[in-house]
Design a protein around this ligand. Structure first.
Ligand code: ADP
Ligand code: MG
Length: 892
């Protein structure tokens, strides 16, 4: 008897090539197959007559091929045409022409005399009605015709080597053989109607459109319910965990508020009191703070941190970028040092303390080491703190040199699983060449694959003029053969160990590099190979390496002066980038973590933070509002606070889209504003801060603007300018010495100059809506009316629809909703970020309502029975475990 977990290969009637093709679609079991849901359905019970006019909606037609032809044009290009005639032609019938360009396989599949079903948009081409590139299916008159024809027929997401017809045939047969009792219902009866087995049957081969819709609703609700159960379990789990109260009396906070040059808005006050309640409670806070750009989230974060600091705990403030971290650091110092609060900055590239170290309590710290085989955690006596807390400049390497950095993945042959010892061997062989033939930035040896981030070095030799680099393939080859030999030696085996390596193109930008770097370091945790609070010893960074060396040296020297570590003046607030997460030494006394700009931060990372015992309070802040229906999915495990009010002293922002040809008029407008003393930002669209051309293009851009704005003064700002110089440029702009700042999107975060009331964004079409909204948030910060001009040369319909959104509203939520409307959810909900299983049938946008229903069903189960102890809730436990598995497997 087959069940959901039966492997398709065990069915014994599916030919091997088909099994392989199915595997490419990640289909291995009957359940995978039967939950490979149709992408759409075609009504093949009855076909409409051939159209005589164009239609915008695609339609499904059936006819006989009466002629085929192949034409060449422009050298090697080909058009294949098939002319169809209706099955029951009448006097008015016109033939239909189907055309395919450069798809040589189509001509092999279609021949005169066949009947075919086509699906596409009819268009008038000259006098003929044509469908270009229709989806099609040849109808063969075999005994299986009833599966494919004369019914509402499912159309599947397909793959190479597996036609619709074959796939549909396989699904039909498995469905037929599958016992009804094999399906367990997922969602409670209060949420869904009918049985899961019926819904599965009906989604594939529905008897009517209504049946299809009902089946879909059932399945979407079930899928959403499973997802919400996972979210709810995370939520209840974290609130059930031991936490501590981290709240001081509030005297420090009061003092801070008294010194502020403005009154808090009502919304800020409300949110601070919500946070205060959480911080004072003895369960860990898990709160999301949403508030539009400029709504004043930083003040709220500071308030939260002060409460915690006053109670004697540390607070960490994490920002997604260097610039933002530096800005927070400046603001905090300005506001908090007068109150006697000690603040330190920790980023990949810079560290600075306003008080003396130590930052980390190394007395009881766990240090993960790449150097020994077992999952190690060792306790070290007090070490030289300044050294140990040192942050390597290379922690996140910067893309400065002419040669390239590669992200390489090497898989083992046949998914062979490397023993811990073998993994160590691999890591050691990687280390062997580090700083000899290449520089390695990060490496992670997973059980069945290896990730590396390396930059090949020049080969030795003095011929400076004619340097050649180690070739990547050479390098990987040596690593592979060296480690394979060693592993076989240890394990007393022979045979090959590695597959051919894959490499992503070379790393193209800092951002790219950072992403890869973190991806590699996170991999064991994100993929579930290691538990969140567990060490995974086969991860390597340059910091680990130098730390090991130091520890080695120290061990040899024996410790000096352990006892005289100063405990006074430790920083109470540590500002940093995500690097804080990967610091393998823990904080001594962390009470609160604030994460700014959460949308760049994944659930897995958050989990890594909160896995500490006792759990710190966590406040995540996002300025990029996401649509409400997504909030309950992505942030479903958090309590939500909202700042829904802007500080009162804000001038209005007018946004206008202008064609590039109108630049002259725009310039004269800008001049009138300059004369009133206002200032301007010009944003030009070098989106990638580190593209090679960047510096040159920026300089050219700058020259151009200097001429245009003459005699007003401008200065240039971009990511490659050294930090000290950047500060000077900003200083002059802030003081009003310069009238205009020509900048890349580094301005997106971190700049606050109330007198700058004008922003001009060039090639606005190249930015996303969310980013434009963020950029625009730099103006409108003072009392004067502000103007944002979006220059665009694109005539495309989508572009004008997109930019019109910004003309219409300055409300971030509306922008987010519209953005979603225009783009679809794919981009908003990066699957890896959401830490949730991929959806198979539900659509977050279209089915928002079903999501709400599923959510309240899941929540009410947990409210009644938070630990799922009741007998009737037992089945949900398994569901959650399964979901958990899936959510990590699709990330790795
Ligand atoms: P965001 O929410 O985008 O992080 P910020 O916290 O950077 O916004 O605040 C933007 C600016 O508004 C800052 O200069 C901040 O000092 C100021 N600000 C914050 N709250 C108020 C308020 N209640 N009244 C006036 N200005 C405020
Ligand atoms: Mg902010």
């Amino acid at each position: 008897m087959i069940s959901v977990s039966t492997k398709l290969e065990d069915l014994s009637w599916i030919p091997r090539p088909r099994l392989l093709a199915l595997r490419r679609l990640d289909i291995e079991t009957t359940e995978d197959l039967l939950t490979h849901f149709p992408r759409r359905h075609e009504d093949r019970t009855e076909f409409p007559q051939f159209p005589r006019e164009e239609t915008d909606a695609p339609i499904c037609l059936c006819g006989e091929v009466i002629k085929t032809s192949l034409r060449r044009f422009g050298g090697w290009k080909k058009i294949f045409e098939a002319t169809l005639e209706e099955s029951q032609p009448n006097a008015l019938s016109e033939p239909l022409v189907c055309r395919w360009f450069n798809l040589h396989y189509v001509q092999k599949m279609i021949a005169t005399g066949q009947r075919i079903v086509v699906f596409g948009r009819p268009r008038l081409r000259g006098k003929r009605i044509c469908i270009d590139h229709p989806e099609f299916e040849v109808i063969e008159n075999d005994e299986e015709i009833s599966i494919h024809f004369r019914r509402i027929t499912p159309i599947y997401p397909a793959t190479e080597g597996l036609s619709q017809r074959v796939l549909r045939g396989i699904i039909y047969r498995v469905l037929h053989e599958f016992p009804d009792a094999g399906w367990q219902s997922i969602a409670p009866n209060s949420l869904v109607h009918g049985e899961r087995s019926d819904a599965i049957r009906a989604i594939h081969f529905p008897g009517s459109w209504e049946a299809r819709d009902a089946a879909r609703e059932h399945l979407v609700l079930s899928e959403f319910f499973a997802m919400q159960m996972l979210i709810a379990s995370r939520r209840f789990e974290s609130s059930a965990r031991a936490g501590q109260a981290h709240c001081g009396s509030g005297a420090l906070l009061d003092e801070f508020l008294k010194g502020l040059p403005f009154e808090l808005t009502a919304a800020q006050r409300k949110v601070i009191s919500e946070i205060r309640r959480d911080v004072a409670a003895n369960y860990p806070m898990n709160r999301l703070l949403q508030g539009d750009v400029g709504s004043g989230k930083t003040v709220v974060a500071i308030a939260a941190m002060l409460l915690v600091v006053e109670a004697g705990y540390e607070a960490a403030f994490m920002a997604p970028t260097q610039i933002l971290a530096e800005q927070h650091y400046e603001v905090l110092r300005r506001w908090l040092e007068p109150l006697g609060v000690h603040i330190a900055l920790r980023t990949a590239a810079r560290q600075e303390e306003s008080g003396p170290l130590p930052l980390f309590d190394l007395g009881s710290a766990r240090v993960s080491r790449a150097g020994d085989g077992a999952a190690s955690s060792r306790t070290f006596p007090e070490v030289d703190v300044a050294l140990a807390a040192r942050y390597s400049r290379r922690r996140v390497p910067h893309f400065k040199k002419a040669w390239a950095i590669y992200a390489v993945t090497i898989a083992t042959k046949k998914d062979r699983c490397l023993s811990p010892k073998a993994r160590m061997t691999v890591l050691n062989s990687l280390r062997h060449f580090h700083n000899k033939r290449y520089e390695m930035f990060a490496a992670c040896v997973m059980p069945d694959h290896v990730h590396l981030l390396i930059q090949p070095w020049p080969k030795g030799g003095d011929d400076k003029a004619n340097t050649s680099f180690w070739r990547l393939s050479e390098l990987v080859h040596s690593i592979k053969s060296f480690s394979a030999h060693e592993i076989n030696e240890i394990e007393n085996k022979s045979g090959s160990i590695w597959e051919k390596e894959r490499f992503d193109r070379y790393v193209r930008s800092d951002r790219d590099l950072q992403e890869k770097f973190y991806y590699i370091l996170r991999n064991p945790w994100d993929s579930g190979v290691a538990k969140q609070n567990e060490d995974y010893p086969w991860v390597w960074t340059q910091d680990d390496e130098s730390r090991n060396e130091r520890l080695f040296r120290r061990d040899a020297e024996t410790s000096l002066g352990d006892a005289c570590a100063t405990q006074t003046n430790e920083p109470q607030i540590i500002v940093g980038t995500h690097a804080l997460l990967y610091e393998s030494v823990s904080f001594s006394n962390l009470g609160l973590t604030v994460i700014d700009e959460q949308h760049k931060f994944g659930v897995a990372q958050r989990a890594r933070l909160t896995a500490r015992e006792p759990a710190p309070d966590v406040l995540v802040m996002t300025a990029t509002p996401i649509p409400r229906t997504l909030t309950m999915t992505i942030y479903g495990d958090l309590d939500v606070s909202k700042i829904d009010e802007m500080p009162r002293n804000r001038g209005k922002i007018i946004t206008a889209v202008r064609d590039t040809s109108k630049l002259g008029e725009v310039l004269s407008f800008l001049r009138t504003q300059f004369e009133k003393g206002r200032q301007l930002y010009v944003i030009y669209p070098l989106i990638d801060e580190s593209e090679k051309l960047d510096v040159k293009a920026a300089a050219a851009e700058y020259e151009l603007w200097r001429e245009r704005l003459h005699p007003f003064r401008c200065e240039l700002l971009h990511g490659r300018i050294p930090a000290s110089e950047k500060q000077q440029v900003m200083g002059r702009f802030r003081r009003g010495d310069t009238n205009a700042l020509i900048s890349t999107t580094v301005l997106e975060v971190g700049v606050d100059v109330p007198n700058a009331t004008m922003m001009l964004i060039e090639n606005a079409e190249r930015f996303g809506l969310a980013q434009l909204h963020q950029l625009r948030g730099r103006i409108g910060r003072g009392e004067h009316k502000s103007t944002c001009i979006l220059l665009s040369s694109s005539q495309a319909k989508e572009t004008s629809a997109k930019l019109a959104v910004l003309e219409r509203t300055t409300n971030g939520f509306e922008v987010a909703e519209a953005d979603w409307e225009l783009r679809g959810p794919g981009d908003v909900l990066g699957t890896a970020q959401s830490g949730l299983p991929a959806l198979k049938i539900g659509d977050l946008k279209r089915d928002a309502d079903l999501m709400r229903r599923a959510r309240s069903a899941a929540m009410s189960i947990f409210e009644m029975d938070p630990r799922l102890d009741l007998a009737e809730n037992q089945r949900f436990r398994r569901l959650i475990v399964e979901q958990q598995k899936q959510s990590f497997s699709h990330v790795s």
